[in-house]
Design a protein around this ligand. Structure first.
Ligand code: ADP
Length: 392
């Protein structure tokens, strides 16, 4: 956009009119910015400081009257003239436009010789007014009634759309639930047979076959974990916790030790800083699942040569679990969204990691079911810290 020239915002959906006005007023040294409808006109108006706004009253969606009323509420446009440019020359149309907030009313067809002069008059301060005050009050009442009717109609449309979305959501959940159950049965027999092969119970294996089995086992475990997440997520709402007083660090030891082994295999250094912890009231299975989700992410996103730290800290009033990594970090704009189900950050030029975007949604649900808080701090290229605080 050419900022040196005085800007005109023209809200109009007709391409011929857009071109005509751009040509006429462009020749007069104005820069005409066009918006095709009310909402994009409003968005542009929030960013620019036009010397005048021209609005076609017949634009679709939010109509020209409503757009004008909304423009009028923008403080920085308080002194900017808004002029209706319309094909509607019917009686009362001009007054209706003025009541909605317009300062002038030009009937189409556009007169190329008059338009520059009229525009410069409005820019210089000319304003049209409704002549009779009583008439203005009546018009105002009628206009607000029309607005309320439109609002009511929109609310009805939105409610219907919302009900439809709710039904689609229910169907999607049902589909996911069926799918995950259907997949679990064949998965169990696949993993069972893998065990038998690995234990040599189906005959001796060559070295190549054993190497193949290692790859199959790794992929199978990733698949099983995704499936577990999906099932767990589907059953979240109906799931009851079984809280017991337990030593959280002793309970989580097998979990973090197996991650330490995995980290070694993947060339990532993993430290665990434990402490003497008093028991907390927790559901063992869920607590394990939450810790697994955090460690699994730390390991998944931290590249070879990186570092992970799992830290426990005990205080009289709370117990803290913290999972730190020096991986790629998470951009500010994603920080709260990563806890939403199915939300994943996919960065260009990076290899896509396996996952369905459920790990953190589940982890947060588990934390909240324990009255705990799961929060994240992160800096791009520096690393990420997830903290869970359990109040006592
Ligand atoms: P998933 O890992 O299956 O995609 P999650 O719900 O566990 O789903 O995580 C959501 C998103 O948050 C991930 O896609 C990833 O972009 C980001 N994320 C989570 N943990 C980390 C981490 N430790 N480092 C960088 N990004 C992370």
């Amino acid at each position: 956009m050419n900022d040196a020239l005085p800007g005109i915002l023209y809200i109009e959906d007709n391409l011929d009119n857009q071109r005509l006005v751009q040509r006429i007023l462009g020749n007069q040294g104005y820069h005409v910015v066009v918006a095709n409808d009310g909402p994009s006109g409003l968005a542009l108006a929030r960013e620019m400081m036009p010397v005048i706004i021209l609005v076609d009253l017949g634009i679709p969606g939010l109509d020209g009257y409503e757009t004008t009323t909304r423009l009028r509420s923008l403080i920085h446009l308080h002194n900017v003239p808004i002029v209706a440019l319309t094909a509607d020359g019917s009686p009362g149309a001009r007054e209706r436009a003025l009541v909605a907030g317009c300062d002038g009313y030009l009937v189409k067809p556009i007169d190329p010789r008059r338009l520059p002069m009229v525009v410069s008059e409005f820019i210089a301060g000319h304003r049209e007014r409704v002549s009779v005050p009583a008439e203005e009050a009546d018009l105002l009442r009628a206009y607000s009634q029309k607005l309320v009717e439109r609002l009511e109609q929109r609310v009805l449309e939105l409610s219907a759309a919302n009900a439809e979305l709710g039904e689609l959501d229910r169907l999607k959940s049902q589909f996911l639930s069926t799918l995950s159950h259907e997949l679990r049965t064949p998965m169990t027999s696949l993993m069972g047979y893998l065990d038998l092969f690995e234990q040599g119970m189906l005959g001796p294996l060559t070295k190549e076959q054993q190497e193949g089995l290692v790859v199959m086992r790794r992929s199978g475990e990733t698949l099983a974990q995704q499936l577990n997440n999906l099932l767990y997520f589907q059953e979240l709402r109906g799931r009851t916790m079984d809280p017991q007083m337990l030593d959280p660090i002793a309970m989580l030891k097998p979990t973090f030790e197996s991650f330490q082994e995995r980290a070694r295999g993947e060339g990532v250094l993993m430290d665990v800083v434990t402490c003497q912890a008093a028991p907390i009231l927790a559901d063992a299975k869920s607590l394990t699942q939450m810790t697994q989700a955090l460690l699994d992410n730390a390991l998944k996103y931290t590249p070879r040569g990186g570092r992970i730290r799992l830290l426990f800290h005990d205080e009289p009033s709370r117990f803290i679990l913290r999972c730190e990594d020096n991986g790629p970090g998470i951009g500010k704009e994603h920080l709260e969204k990563i806890f939403l189900p199915f939300y994943r950050v996919e960065l260009p030029n990076t290899t896509v990691k396996p996952g369905a975007g459920l790990g953190l949604a589940i982890a947060r649900h588990i934390a909240e079911a324990h009255g705990a808080q799961l929060t994240v701090r992160s800096q791009v290229r520096i690393g990420t810290v997830f903290t869970v605080v359990f109040p006592r």
